[in-house]
Design a protein around this ligand. Sequence first.
Ligand code: URA
Length: 238
Amino acid sequence: MERIDKLLSSTGRWSRKEAKELVRQGRVLADGRAVLEPEEKLDPAARLTVDGQAVDCSPFVYVMLHKPAGLLSATEDSRQPTVLDLLPPELKKRGLFPVGRLDKDTTGLLLLTDDGGLAHRLLSPKSHVDKVYLAQVEGRVDEGDRAALAAGLALADGTACLPAGLEPIGDGSRCLVTLQEGKYHQVKRMLAARGKPVSALHRISMGPLTLDEGLKPGKWRFLSGAERAELQRTGTLP
Ligand code: URA
């Protein structure tokens, strides 16, 4: 059993003070019954609503962020701003971390969560979860590049990559690259190995999760119930 104000603030949507206020204002129902005392203890499995909207008090939080250029994909750094700095303090306190890193200058989809098991499943190459990137290159990618990535490329330092997808867009100065692993600077190093250095990189999707076009760079939102359910079905390790 857990205090109602604690349950509500654990979602990261409200501070403890705001949660107490919501309860006192009679805006919170548990299994259809108004809860009016912030101290009241409830079963965390109770069906909670605030202003008639269902509230998910599951133990983990999942956030979709449109990473802008210029921020580190890290939880903290002594000198440079990180993606965590885009979140409100209640959420930062939950100990969220980015699922896989994007380079400082890479933009696009970043999933933040405190669900370590899910992160592991999404990132493990054994799970075969596609990560799709839109790359702008110097020069033009061609059929030779597509075939080389499909065969499994060796990077300049000899590191072997798993087979990857490459789909030229238009004249080939842009392309979609699909990876099932995440080596350091992988897309940039793969395309550099083909003599087509990347000038801009943007992640579009990770497994079933696609960057919401309505999210401007630097903005975030919680995943919907459907998105969370899809992610939980993704990347089951053998
Ligand atoms: N590959 C890269 O080179 N950079 C990223 O940020 C992600 C994938």
